[in-house]
Design a protein around this ligand. Structure first.
Ligand code: PEP
Ligand code: MG
Length: 323
């Protein structure tokens, strides 16, 4: 039985009516890639590069980052790798960067806001990524590496970041890579139809999106249970993001915690998401759930969820579980 379970892990998450969803892993360190593939990951949908800066006393330089990304691409052997540019701030503080104290870091200079203020952090990272992309280009011209920017709230940020990417790419004579953004602030979901023109993909960060939509600190000891990504307000913004992306035929993934919950994953596929990235150990249960489903049923489920009054009501749609 164990052998069959392990053989099944690497099989795709294809619904009974033949619709495949790409299943990827969230990793924080390069050495987690092999383990993720063992759990059945078809790629890495979120590499949180802030962990390369944490738990040490200085920032990794361009060369060290290049070696790191290259080793991940090698371990992935042609599978996709979405690297998120440094997302410092909020819950991820790095002492050696000596950033000013903020009263409310979740609403402060976080993610893309910091990157745009600190070319000394952004540029070495982008150079390392484009150098890695040059080594990873496949003979058929496809490119497994993609770059993603966190905490985007405006069109202008995206245009500026893309221009910096393109300048560096040309300087290094590197190949084109897909450039995407995290949709994790309500502003980005609201503007999805506009942002889609300027990006290759969206990856929805349901952890932060839920926090910012519901105005609940994601780490709050008393409120964390209420920060439920199944809240219909969150689901409606996910739908809006999918609809906006469709206007420019962009793909949409989800890399927040909702993607790793089997019912959440089913709902997300019903909402039109085509890639789910999660903690490696969540992969087998998510794949099993999707394989047991039909896409048209998931689409119906999603439509019902969008009309619910509360997260509890959405959860009660999960058949087989008591309401
Ligand atoms: C998210 O916000 O959902 C996300 C995936 O990013 P992080 O948890 O790293 O903030
Ligand atoms: Mg986030």
């Amino acid at each position: 039985r164990k052998a069959r379970e392990e053989a099944e892990r690497s099989q795709p998450a294809t619904t009974r009516d033949g619709h495949a969803t790409e299943i990827a892993a969230n990793v924080n360190r390069p050495d987690q890639v092999a383990d993720a593939i063992g759990w059945g990951a078809e790629g890495v949908g979120l590499m949180r590069t802030e962990f390369l800066f944490l738990e040490r006393d200085h920032a990794p330089d361009e060369e060290e980052q290049y070696q790191t990304y290259l080793s991940m691409l090698e371990a992935l052997d042609g599978r996709p790798l979405v690297v998120r540019a440094l997302d410092i701030g909020g819950d991820k503080q790095v002492a050696h960067l000596n950033l000013p104290h903020e009263e409310n870091p979740f609403l402060g200079v976080r993610g893309a806001r910091l990157l745009l203020r600190r070319p000394d952090l952004l540029e070495p990272q982008l150079k390392a990524l484009y150098r890695a992309a040059a080594s990873a280009q496949k003979p058929d011209g496809t490119q497994p590496l993609a770059i993603m920017f966190p905490m985007i709230t405006s069109i202008k940020e995206v245009i500026t970041l893309r221009a910096i990417c393109e300048r560096i790419r040309v300087e290094l004579d590197a190949p084109v890579v897909q450039i995407g953004i995290m949709v994790e602030v309500p502003a980005a979901a609201a503007l999805a139809d506009k942002l889609a023109e300027h990006v290759d993909f969206f990856s929805i960060g349901t952890n932060d999106l839920t926090q910012y939509v519901l105005a609940i600190d994601r780490q709050h000891p008393d409120l964390a249970a209420e920060a439920d990504s199944l809240h219909p307000a969150v689901l409606r913004l996910i739908r809006r993001t999918v609809d906006g992306a469709a206007q420019y035929q962009r793909w949409v993934g989800v890399c927040g915690g909702l993607a790793g919950d089997p019912f959440g994953a089913a709902l997300l596929v019903g909402l039109g998401v085509s890639e789910l990235s999660m903690s490696p150990r969540d992969i087998p249960a998510v794949k099993a759930r999707l394989r047991a489903s039909r896409r048209d049923e998931l689409a119906d489920l999603a439509l019902k969820a969008l009309t619910c009054d509360s997260a509890e009501e959405v959860r009660a749609l999960d058949k087989g579980k008591p309401a």
